[in-house]
Design a protein around this ligand. Structure first.
Ligand SMILES: Cc1cc2nc3c(=O)[nH]c(=O)nc-3n(C[C@H](O)[C@H](O)[C@H](O)COP(=O)(O)O)c2cc1C
Length: 339
């Protein structure tokens, strides 16, 4: 019997299978950060294809927290009405949806925004020097994340993922390479984790107690002196009681050459799951059903996230169920297309 097609539960989030869609920016929002027809079609297609949990792309909690001018946003209350309709559409297709709350920090490319970061260190030569955040900026960002979470709850999302990876603001605080602060938000691991810890603490106060929180981390910076898996495990240990599952990605803080091969990040999900006894999601060049089955079957991770493969094969879960001989409930309209 396929393990990939067994149910999984995180608090109130009940999933039929272990396959989820990884967050992928579409850079297709309106200039005001709103959901467009593209998002409706793109996400609904994956829901019809059998994805049971969508992790919606990075959605900016502040205007200056966007990566590009066409990122999705959730920085004020006007977003809630459209998001509510969108979530309802995804639910009508028997799929759950989490929102990835994000702040780009020094990687913001939007013209005329004041770019902030823990320290005044630019990402690369093509980016401006960010303004080092003062205590008020830090407080404002914590409030922005918390208000965004309140809006996500109002819109009906099933879970929240905090984007603490890929060189964006929270990761910039976590890594010693981008955080050179001398105050209580910089220096040792506990201090560098403080912003993330405070964001999670505030969010937990306002979301329903049975709503799960995902955290996406970059388990390693792939650079000497940066985050490695051991320090990442220390960080997760600090925030363990504030999150329900760790989504294990890597990189993005700098741009070193890295070797990419099938499942190149699974080992991090496996180590965190087994060492810290917390559920994990594996991501990164997982493309074949047998590979996904192996990850879940051998308890290397609890969920398998799919990214680019879903851009070319939106009905991947249908196909995987066929290959793994698992039961799969087709939408009535598609039964005649059954394998
Ligand atoms: C077009 C595109 C957009 C992405 N946007 C995001 C994002 O919004 N948030 C995020 O955490 N990761 C983002 N990623 C990374 C993916 O979620 C995933 O971790 C990565 O593509 C590796 O998985 P894969 O080999 O299955 O594609 C993006 C990747 C792609 C290809």
């Amino acid at each position: 019997m396929s393990k990939l097609f067994t149910p999984f539960r995180l608090k109130n989030l009940e999933l039929k299978n272990r396959i989820a869609m990884s967050p992928m920016c579409m850079y297709s929002a309106g200039d005001d950060g709103q959901i467009t027809d593209w998002h409706q079609i793109h996400y609904a297609t994956r829901a019809i294809g059998g994805i049971d949990l969508i992790l919606q792309e990075a959605t900016a909690v502040e205007k200056r927290g966007r990566i590009t001018a066409n990122d999705l946003g959730i920085w004020d209350d006007t977003f809630v009405a459209d998001m509510k309709k969108f979530v309802k559409l995804i639910h009508s297709l028997n799929c759950k949806i989490a929102i990835q709350l994000a702040h780009a920090g020094r990687k913001c490319e939007v013209k005329n925004e004041k770019i902030i970061a823990p320290s005044a260190i630019k990402w690369n030569e093509n980016y401006p020097i960010p303004t080092e955040m003062n205590k008020k900026d830090i407080r404002d960002v914590i409030i922005s994340f918390t208000q965004a979470a309140t809006r996500a709850v109002l819109a009906g999302y099933d879970a929240i993922e905090i984007h603490a990876a890929h060189g964006y603001l929270i990761h910039e605080f976590l890594s010693p390479l981008s955080n050179h602060r001398n105050d209580e938000y910089g220096g040792n691991t506990i201090n560098r984790t403080r912003l993330l810890q405070e964001i999670l603490t505030e969010i937990k106060k306002i979301i329903p107690t049975d709503m799960p929180i995902f955290i996406r981390v970059s388990a390693t910076d792939y650079v000497k002196g940066g985050l490695n898996i051991d320090e990442t495990m220390t960080i997760i240990d600090i925030i363990k009681d504030l999150v329900d599952i760790v989504d294990c990605s890597t990189g993005g803080l700098l741009s070193p050459r890295i070797d990419l091969y099938p499942g190149y990040q699974i080992k991090f999900a496996e180590k965190i799951k087994n060492s810290l006894n917390i559920p994990t999601a594996a991501i990164g060049l997982i493309t074949r059903p047998e590979m996904a089955e192996e990850i879940v079957g051998n308890e290397r991770a609890d969920l398998v996230l799919l990214g680019r493969v879903l851009l070319r094969q939106p009905y991947w879960p249908m196909y995987a169920a066929h290959i793994l001989k698992a039961d799969f409930i087709y939408p009535t309209q598609y039964i005649r297309g059954k394998y």
